[in-house]
Ligand binder design. Structure first.
Ligand code: DLL
Length: 440
C-alpha cells in the first residue's frame, strides 16, 4: 500500500511547540479558565472549600489543588448547571451517550464549534486526511458528538463529505461504490460489520476505493485493528474523545500509530490511580483526567473520565511534541467484579482473539442466581468452524474456557453460537449484559 501521507504533515504549528513553551501556554490558559468558571456555582463553591484561586496556580503541578469534577457532579447540576456563558451565546447542544436515564448535556459557543472543528482537522490530517479525499461518515448525527464533530473537522480540511449517518449497511456499501469513498469514519464495531457484509454479499473489493478509516468512540484492540485492516484492505486509525471534554478531537493517532497524540495546548491530561487519586508514573495504567483550557460554554476542570489508559511522554518520530495516550483498556465503571475478582470485558476479548475460529462477535452475560456470580460468554463461531464436527466444537469450547481462565482467573461458562446470531452494532457496541441489578 502507498505511504499514507508525508510523515511530517501537520495542521498547525502548535503541534510542534517546544515542551517549555507548551507548558507555559498551558499554565497561562489554566489560570484563565479558572477565572472564567469562577462564577459557575459548582466551581465557585469547590474553589472556596479548597481555598484555591488562580493566583495559587504557579506551576502545572499546582493543578492538583483544583478539585476533580465527576459525572455525578454533572448529574447533580442537570441540565445546564455547568454553563459558563449566558444561554444566548450557545450555538449547539450535544449529549453524552449514556444508555440509561437522562443524558448529560454539553454546549458550545461559536468559538467552541470553531475550536472543535480545528481539533478534529488536526487529528484527521495527522492520520492522513487530504483535501482530495471523499469521506463517508457512518456515525450518528444527533446528540452524539461523533457525526457533527467529525463532519465540521473534515469540512475544515476541505475533503468531501458523504453524511451517510449510521446504519443500513447495504446503502453504506452502495454509497462507497458509487461515490468511490476513500475514507470511512465510524466505530470499530461498525467497520467490522461492514467488512462482514462485504463478505456475505460477495462484493467485489476492487469496486471499492476505500483506503483509510478513522475509528473511535469505543474501545478496540490491536487484534481488531489487524482484522479490520485485513478484511477491508485499508489502514485504520484510532481517535478518542468524550462529549464532556469536547467530543472527538481530544486525541488521535499520527501515521506512526503508536499512541494517540493528546491536543495538549487545549487540554491538560493527568493519569491517576482511581483509588488513591494520586498521579501514576508515565507508562502505568490509570484513569485519565482532562482539563479543558480554552472552551467557553462548558469548560470542565479535572474531569474524571473513568477511562483507563497510560501516557507516553517520549518524543514521537512525527515531530509532534504532545504526550500520547495508549488505547483505552477499560473503564473503571465497566469493570466487572466477579466473585470479588476485577474483570474487564477487554480481557475476555483478548482471550477470544487468540483462538482461531471464533469471530470477533461475543456477548458477556453476568448473573447471580443464588449468592454466587456466574458469567456466560456467548461466542459466535466463524462459518468455517461451524460446519465442522461436534467433537471439534467441544474441544474449541474447552480451549476458550481455559484461555479466558488463564487471563482473568475466572472460570466462565462458554456457549458457542451459530454464525450471524449475535446482535451487530451500527454505533457503539454493547457486549455486557449484567443481570445482577443494583447489587453489582
Ligand atoms: O464517543 C466521542 C467520540 C466520537 C470519540 C467519535 C471518537 C469518535 P461519548 O459518547 O461521550 O463521546 O463517549 C465517550 O467513549 O469516555 C470512552 O469510554 C469511549 N471512547 C471514545 N473514543 C474511544 C476510543 C464520544 N478511541 C466515551 N477508544 C469515552 C476507546 C473510546 N474508547
Amino acid at each position: 500500500m502507498d505511504e499514507p501521507v508525508a510523515k511530517n504533515r501537520v495542521w498547525d504549528k502548535n503541534e510542534l511547540m517546544d515542551r517549555p513553551e507548551l507548558e507555559n501556554l498551558q499554565l497561562y490558559r489554566l489560570r484563565q479558565v479558572m477565572d472564567r468558571v469562577s462564577h459557575v456555582p459548582f466551581y465557585h463553591q469547590a474553589f472556596a472549600e479548597k481555598g484555591v484561586t488562580p493566583d495559587d496556580i504557579r506551576t502545572l503541578e499546582d493543578i492538583q489543588k483544583i478539585p476533580f469534577t465527576t459525572k455525578a457532579d454533572l448529574r447533580d447540576h442537570y441540565p445546564l448547571g455547568f454553563l459558563a456563558v449566558p444561554r444566548n451565546k450557545i450555538l449547539r447542544y450535544h449529549g453524552s451517550s449514556g444508555t440509561t436515564g437522562r443524558p448529560t448535556f454539553v454546549a458550545y459557543t461559536r468559538n467552541d464549534l470553531d475550536l472543535w472543528a480545528h481539533l478534529c482537522a488536526r487529528f484527521l490530517v495527522a492520520g492522513g486526511l487530504l483535501p482530495e479525499h471523499t469521506v463517508q461518515i457512518a456515525f450518528g448525527y444527533g446528540l452524539f458528538t461523533g457525526g457533527f464533530g467529525l463532519h465540521y473537522g473534515i469540512e475544515k480540511v476541505g475533503a468531501a463529505i458523504i453524511p451517510a449517518a449510521s446504519g443500513n449497511s447495504g446503502r453504506q456499501l452502495l454509497l462507497m461504490q458509487d461515490l468511490q469513498t476513500d475514507v470511512l469514519v465510524c466505530t470499530p464495531s461498525y467497520a467490522l460489520r461492514l467488512a462482514e457484509v462485504i463478505q456475505q454479499e460477495q462484493l467485489d473489493r476492487t469496486s471499492l476505493a476505500l483506503k483509510y478509516a478513522h475509528l473511535g468512540a469505543e474501545p478496540w484492540s490491536e487484534d481488531i485493528r489487524t482484522h479490520i485492516e485485513k478484511e477491508l484492505d485499508i489502514l485504520a486509525f484510532n481517535n478518542y474523545g468524550l462529549s464532556e471534554v469536547i467530543g472527538p478531537g481530544v486525541s488521535g493517532e499520527c501515521v506512526y500509530r503508536n499512541g494517540m497524540h493528546i491536543q495538549e495546548d487545549h487540554f491538560i491530561v493527568e493519569c491517576i490511580d482511581p483509588d488513591t487519586l494520586e498521579p501514576v508514573p508515565p507508562g502505568e495504567q490509570g484513569e485519565l483526567v482532562f482539563t479543558a483550557l480554552t472552551k467557553e460554554a462548558f469548560p470542565l476542570l479535572r474531569y474524571r473520565t473513568r477511562d483507563i489508559a497510560s501516557l507516553n511522554p517520549e518524543p514521537c518520530p512525527c515531530g509532534r511534541t504532545s504526550v500520547r495516550m495508549s488505547r483505552i483498556t477499560g473503564r473503571t465503571d465497566d469493570m466487572l467484579i466477579i466473585r470479588g475478582v476485577n474483570v474487564f470485558p477487554s480481557q475476555i476479548e483478548q482471550a477470544l482473539l487468540k483462538i482461531e475460529g471464533t469471530a470477533p462477535h461475543y456477548q458477556i452475560v453476568v448473573d447471580r442466581p443464588g449468592s454466587l456470580d456466574t458469567v456466560t460468554v456467548n461466542v459466535e463461531m466463524s462459518p468455517a468452524v461451524f460446519s465442522d464436527r461436534m467433537s471439534d466444537l467441544q474441544a474449541l469450547r474447552d480451549h476458550i474456557v481455559r484461555e479466558i481462565q488463564s487471563i482473568t482467573g475466572i472460570q466462565m461458562q462458554v456457549n458457542l453460537v451459530q454464525p450471524q446470531t449475535l446482535e451487530r452494532f451500527t454505533g457503539k457496541a454493547k457486549r455486557v449484559i449484567d443481570n445482577r441489578g443494583a447489587l453489582s
